[in-house]
Write a protein that binds this ligand. Structure first.
Ligand code: PBG
Length: 329
């Protein structure tokens, strides 16, 4: 006689919430999360960002307050982006010791010491008049090697100001090696590098560009340096190059449309793997939830869990505060 039911019944392990919690393979924790924060020069009160509901451009003072509150909620890592008053051709605000991010790093290091991991995004797009991530050559494209010199200066300025981690996001070839050399050469051997290794030329960065007031001049794009989303194997080439040059951690960005890339990177490397749940991913959840089309908390948890399940150890997300607050409830 043929058995009517298979002996194996996976549903037994789904019968109660306690049982489901017991057998869960993936656990999301506040320790996994990094909060991206914006700090704007020359403002006295935080400014809302319309396309990133719930996220603000901080003043120096409101940033200090926010990071203290995040630390109390258990979020022990933040990454800073600056919005300067003045922009120029080479993005000098990125390496000026009195540039807004350097000033903010000193504030936070004074307030919190080593209680929070202070990361600084290392790029020049927020500081250049043309909005590109590097210095332009005479023909409107980005000059890789001239840009590297600027990145090296920015790394030293960030480390001098108290950054624990420099996170180069400009996708210039050789950037990690040059930054490592500059950090070591200035006595910052302990400053770590989180490399945005596999960063795609994504349409999902739109709200971020509002957050940092960046428009690429002439309606240009970043396809000459960020990756083509048709390529996954190429990400492994980028990751291997960054590790060889001294990256301590590597990142895939964006996250949800690139879960295959996260999984492939995870299986290739032994260093911590980060994924950036970017502005567009966040705003899509907020917009759909505001319309009543999806349940915010369910989808937000589902998305972050999927990123972790794919293999990310660390997730940069604008949902960090919400997650920490809801974890307490
Ligand atoms: C570049 C940078 C960008 C983001 C992080 N670093 C924008 C870009 O490459 O255009 C995007 C982050 C997000 O969308 O949340 N400095």
């Amino acid at each position: 006689m043929v058995a009517r039911f298979p002996a194996s019944r996976p549903r037994r392990l789904r019968t109660t919430q306690a049982m489901r919690d017991l057998v869960a393979e993936t656990r999301l924790n506040v320790d996994d999360l990094v909060a991206p924060l914006f700090v704007r020069e020359g403002i006295d009160a935080p400014q809302p960002i319309t396309s990133l509901p719930g996220v603000v451009q901080h003043s120096r003072a409101s940033l200090r307050q926010e990071v203290r509150e995040l630390a109390d909620l258990g979020i022990k890592s933040v990454i800073l982006f600056g919005v300067p008053v003045h922009k120029d051709e080479i993005g000098s605000g990125a390496f000026d010791p009195n540039g807004i991010v350097q000033v903010a790093l000193r504030d936070l290091r004074d307030d919190l010491g080593d209680r929070v991991v202070l990361m600084a995004d290392l790029c020049v797009d927020e500081y250049t008049s043309h909005g590109h991530c590097g210095i332009l050559d005479g023909h409107g494209s980005v000059d890789n090697d001239k840009t590297l010199d600027i990145y090296a200066r920015a790394a030293v300025a960030q480390a001098n100001a108290g950054a624990h981690v420099c996170a180069p996001s400009g996708m210039m070839d050789g950037q990690v090696g040059v930054i490592r050399q500059a950090l070591d050469g200035s006595g910052h051997n302990d400053t770590a590098i989180l490399a945005y290794s596999a960063k795609y030329a994504s349409g999902l960065y739109g709200p971020f560009r509002d957050a940092v007031d960046v428009q690429i001049v002439g309606g240009g794009d970043r396809k000459g340096y960020q990756q083509d989303w048709r390529n996954a194997r190429e990400a492994l080439v980028e990751v291997a190059a960054d590790i060889e040059q001294g990256a301590d951690m590597v990142m895939v960005k964006p996250a949800l449309a690139y879960l295959d890339v996260i999984a492939a990177v995870r299986s290739m490397v032994d260093v911590p793997v980060a994924a950036y749940h970017v502005s567009g991913e966040y705003s899509m959840i907020k917009a759909a939830a505001a319309n009543g089309w999806i349940d915010h908390d369910v989808v937000a948890t589902e998305h972050l869990t999927a990123i972790k399940r794919a293999g990310a150890d660390i997730i940069l997300t604008y949902l960090a505060r919400w997650f920490a607050e809801s974890a307490r409830r």
